[in-house]
Design a protein around this ligand. Structure first.
Ligand SMILES: CC(C)(COP(=O)(O)OP(=O)(O)OC[C@H]1O[C@@H](n2cnc3c(N)ncnc32)[C@H](O)[C@@H]1OP(=O)(O)O)[C@@H](O)C(=O)NCCC(=O)NCCS
Length: 180
Protein backbone atom coordinates (compact mmCIF):
# COMPACT_ATOMS: atom_id res chain seq x y z
CA UNK A 1 0.00 0.00 0.00
CA UNK A 2 1.36 3.41 -0.95
CA UNK A 3 2.01 5.80 1.94
CA UNK A 4 1.18 9.54 1.94
CA UNK A 5 1.53 11.38 5.25
CA UNK A 6 0.47 15.03 5.41
CA UNK A 7 2.03 17.58 7.75
CA UNK A 8 1.30 21.33 7.88
CA UNK A 9 3.88 22.10 5.15
CA UNK A 10 4.83 18.75 3.66
CA UNK A 11 3.72 15.48 2.19
CA UNK A 12 5.79 12.39 2.90
CA UNK A 13 5.01 9.89 0.19
CA UNK A 14 6.27 6.76 -1.48
CA UNK A 15 8.46 7.30 -4.51
CA UNK A 16 7.43 7.34 -8.15
CA UNK A 17 9.97 6.78 -10.96
CA UNK A 18 9.83 10.50 -11.86
CA UNK A 19 11.45 11.34 -8.48
CA UNK A 20 14.88 10.24 -9.70
CA UNK A 21 15.88 13.62 -11.20
CA UNK A 22 15.03 15.74 -8.15
CA UNK A 23 16.52 13.15 -5.82
CA UNK A 24 19.70 13.03 -7.88
CA UNK A 25 20.10 16.79 -7.54
CA UNK A 26 20.44 16.15 -3.79
CA UNK A 27 22.39 12.88 -3.85
CA UNK A 28 24.98 14.24 -6.30
CA UNK A 29 25.63 17.21 -3.99
CA UNK A 30 28.83 16.92 -1.91
CA UNK A 31 27.30 19.25 0.72
CA UNK A 32 24.13 17.19 1.12
CA UNK A 33 25.98 13.88 1.28
CA UNK A 34 29.02 14.85 3.38
CA UNK A 35 27.55 13.07 6.42
CA UNK A 36 25.95 10.27 4.38
CA UNK A 37 28.80 9.36 1.98
CA UNK A 38 27.35 5.97 1.11
CA UNK A 39 24.37 7.82 -0.41
CA UNK A 40 26.49 9.90 -2.82
CA UNK A 41 25.45 9.19 -6.42
CA UNK A 42 27.77 10.24 -9.20
CA UNK A 43 25.45 9.13 -12.00
CA UNK A 44 21.72 9.60 -12.47
CA UNK A 45 21.41 5.87 -13.16
CA UNK A 46 22.46 5.12 -9.56
CA UNK A 47 19.61 7.28 -8.30
CA UNK A 48 17.20 5.67 -10.76
CA UNK A 49 18.13 2.22 -9.40
CA UNK A 50 17.76 3.52 -5.85
CA UNK A 51 14.25 4.83 -6.59
CA UNK A 52 13.31 1.57 -8.34
CA UNK A 53 14.40 -0.40 -5.25
CA UNK A 54 12.39 1.91 -2.99
CA UNK A 55 9.33 1.36 -5.19
CA UNK A 56 9.79 -2.43 -5.00
CA UNK A 57 9.77 -2.12 -1.19
CA UNK A 58 6.23 -0.70 -1.29
CA UNK A 59 4.66 -4.05 -2.09
CA UNK A 60 7.01 -6.22 -0.05
CA UNK A 61 5.21 -8.35 2.50
CA UNK A 62 6.18 -7.83 5.20
CA UNK A 63 7.35 -4.30 4.35
CA UNK A 64 10.86 -3.82 5.71
CA UNK A 65 11.69 -0.30 4.48
CA UNK A 66 9.90 3.01 3.99
CA UNK A 67 11.94 5.48 1.94
CA UNK A 68 9.57 8.42 1.68
CA UNK A 69 10.02 11.49 -0.50
CA UNK A 70 9.72 14.79 1.41
CA UNK A 71 7.61 16.97 -0.88
CA UNK A 72 6.48 20.56 -0.31
CA UNK A 73 2.89 21.66 -0.78
CA UNK A 74 4.16 23.27 -4.02
CA UNK A 75 5.01 19.71 -5.13
CA UNK A 76 8.79 20.09 -4.96
CA UNK A 77 10.75 17.06 -3.79
CA UNK A 78 13.26 18.43 -1.26
CA UNK A 79 14.54 15.34 0.54
CA UNK A 80 13.85 11.94 1.93
CA UNK A 81 13.01 10.39 5.29
CA UNK A 82 13.56 6.68 5.78
CA UNK A 83 12.47 4.05 8.26
CA UNK A 84 13.81 0.51 8.15
CA UNK A 85 13.18 -2.51 10.26
CA UNK A 86 16.16 -3.47 12.40
CA UNK A 87 16.85 -7.06 13.41
CA UNK A 88 14.44 -9.07 11.38
CA UNK A 89 10.80 -9.68 12.03
CA UNK A 90 8.19 -6.88 11.85
CA UNK A 91 6.70 -8.06 15.15
CA UNK A 92 10.00 -7.09 16.82
CA UNK A 93 9.00 -3.49 16.05
CA UNK A 94 12.47 -1.90 16.15
CA UNK A 95 13.06 0.63 13.35
CA UNK A 96 15.94 2.87 12.29
CA UNK A 97 15.30 6.46 11.19
CA UNK A 98 17.31 8.49 8.67
CA UNK A 99 16.87 11.62 6.55
CA UNK A 100 18.49 14.20 4.30
CA UNK A 101 17.37 17.44 2.73
CA UNK A 102 18.37 19.65 -0.19
CA UNK A 103 20.76 22.30 1.21
CA UNK A 104 18.59 25.12 -0.20
CA UNK A 105 15.96 24.14 2.39
CA UNK A 106 18.09 23.63 5.49
CA UNK A 107 17.30 25.35 8.80
CA UNK A 108 13.62 25.94 8.12
CA UNK A 109 12.35 23.13 10.31
CA UNK A 110 11.40 20.86 7.40
CA UNK A 111 13.34 17.80 8.53
CA UNK A 112 12.06 18.10 12.09
CA UNK A 113 8.52 18.25 10.69
CA UNK A 114 9.18 15.20 8.49
CA UNK A 115 10.95 13.17 11.20
CA UNK A 116 8.17 13.87 13.72
CA UNK A 117 5.53 12.72 11.25
CA UNK A 118 7.55 9.61 10.32
CA UNK A 119 7.87 8.70 14.01
CA UNK A 120 4.14 9.19 14.53
CA UNK A 121 3.42 6.98 11.52
CA UNK A 122 5.66 4.10 12.55
CA UNK A 123 4.55 4.09 16.17
CA UNK A 124 0.95 4.01 14.98
CA UNK A 125 1.92 1.03 12.85
CA UNK A 126 3.35 -1.13 15.59
CA UNK A 127 6.88 0.09 16.32
CA UNK A 128 7.92 -0.14 19.96
CA UNK A 129 11.36 1.45 19.50
CA UNK A 130 13.01 3.73 16.92
CA UNK A 131 16.77 4.28 16.85
CA UNK A 132 18.81 6.89 15.02
CA UNK A 133 22.48 7.71 15.01
CA UNK A 134 24.68 10.41 13.58
CA UNK A 135 28.20 11.66 13.89
CA UNK A 136 28.49 13.67 17.09
CA UNK A 137 29.79 16.64 15.10
CA UNK A 138 26.64 16.68 12.93
CA UNK A 139 24.93 19.24 15.15
CA UNK A 140 22.08 19.95 12.73
CA UNK A 141 21.08 16.28 12.70
CA UNK A 142 21.38 15.96 16.48
CA UNK A 143 19.12 18.97 16.87
CA UNK A 144 16.53 17.41 14.53
CA UNK A 145 16.49 14.27 16.67
CA UNK A 146 16.17 16.26 19.90
CA UNK A 147 13.40 18.46 18.48
CA UNK A 148 11.60 15.31 17.30
CA UNK A 149 11.48 14.06 20.89
CA UNK A 150 14.24 11.48 20.64
CA UNK A 151 16.59 11.00 23.57
CA UNK A 152 20.34 10.52 23.36
CA UNK A 153 21.26 7.23 24.95
CA UNK A 154 24.91 6.80 23.98
CA UNK A 155 27.97 8.56 22.67
CA UNK A 156 30.16 5.98 20.99
CA UNK A 157 33.78 7.08 21.05
CA UNK A 158 35.78 6.88 17.81
CA UNK A 159 33.06 4.62 16.36
CA UNK A 160 32.74 5.66 12.73
CA UNK A 161 35.37 6.19 10.07
CA UNK A 162 34.54 9.45 8.26
CA UNK A 163 36.57 11.77 6.06
CA UNK A 164 39.82 10.02 6.99
CA UNK A 165 39.25 10.07 10.77
CA UNK A 166 37.63 8.00 13.51
CA UNK A 167 34.74 10.06 14.85
CA UNK A 168 32.32 9.84 17.78
CA UNK A 169 28.79 8.72 17.04
CA UNK A 170 25.67 9.84 18.95
CA UNK A 171 22.85 7.30 19.32
CA UNK A 172 19.26 8.36 19.95
CA UNK A 173 16.08 6.47 20.70
CA UNK A 174 12.35 6.88 21.10
CA UNK A 175 9.92 4.40 22.64
CA UNK A 176 6.23 4.04 21.90
CA UNK A 177 5.47 3.76 25.62
CA UNK A 178 7.10 7.16 26.30
CA UNK A 179 4.91 8.94 23.77
CA UNK A 180 1.51 8.16 25.31
C1 LIG B 1 20.72 17.37 9.10
C2 LIG B 1 19.64 17.93 8.18
C3 LIG B 1 18.76 16.78 7.73
C4 LIG B 1 18.83 18.95 8.96
O1 LIG B 1 17.73 19.35 8.17
P1 LIG B 1 16.97 20.74 8.44
O2 LIG B 1 15.70 20.69 7.67
O3 LIG B 1 17.88 21.86 8.22
O4 LIG B 1 16.64 20.61 10.00
P2 LIG B 1 15.71 21.56 10.85
O5 LIG B 1 15.60 22.90 10.19
O6 LIG B 1 14.45 20.82 11.15
O7 LIG B 1 16.53 21.69 12.20
C5 LIG B 1 17.91 21.99 12.17
C6 LIG B 1 18.34 22.48 13.55
O8 LIG B 1 19.76 22.33 13.66
C7 LIG B 1 20.34 23.58 13.94
N1 LIG B 1 21.64 23.59 13.29
C8 LIG B 1 21.92 23.44 11.99
N2 LIG B 1 23.25 23.51 11.80
C9 LIG B 1 23.81 23.67 13.03
C10 LIG B 1 25.14 23.80 13.49
N3 LIG B 1 26.19 23.74 12.65
N4 LIG B 1 25.35 23.97 14.83
C11 LIG B 1 24.32 23.99 15.69
N5 LIG B 1 23.01 23.88 15.30
C12 LIG B 1 22.78 23.71 13.98
C13 LIG B 1 19.36 24.59 13.37
O9 LIG B 1 19.56 25.86 13.96
C14 LIG B 1 18.05 23.94 13.78
O10 LIG B 1 17.80 24.07 15.15
P3 LIG B 1 16.78 25.19 15.75
O11 LIG B 1 15.45 24.94 15.10
O12 LIG B 1 16.79 24.94 17.22
O13 LIG B 1 17.35 26.52 15.37
C15 LIG B 1 20.23 18.61 6.93
O14 LIG B 1 21.19 19.54 7.35
C16 LIG B 1 20.88 17.62 6.00
O15 LIG B 1 20.24 17.09 5.11
N6 LIG B 1 22.19 17.37 6.18
C17 LIG B 1 22.92 16.45 5.32
C18 LIG B 1 22.48 15.01 5.49
C19 LIG B 1 22.57 14.54 6.92
O16 LIG B 1 23.42 14.95 7.69
N7 LIG B 1 21.63 13.65 7.27
C20 LIG B 1 21.60 13.07 8.59
C21 LIG B 1 22.60 11.98 8.69
S1 LIG B 1 22.62 11.33 10.35
Amino acid sequence: MRIAIETPRLILRDHVPEDAGALHAILSSPAATYYIPSMYHEALDETRRYVEAAIRDIDASPRLRYNLAIVTRENRLIGEVGLHLIDGEPECGHYGLGYYLHPDFWNRGFTTEAAGAALGFIFKNGAFRVSASCLAENLGSRRVLEKSGMVQEALLRAHTRHDGEWKDCAVYRAFAEDRI
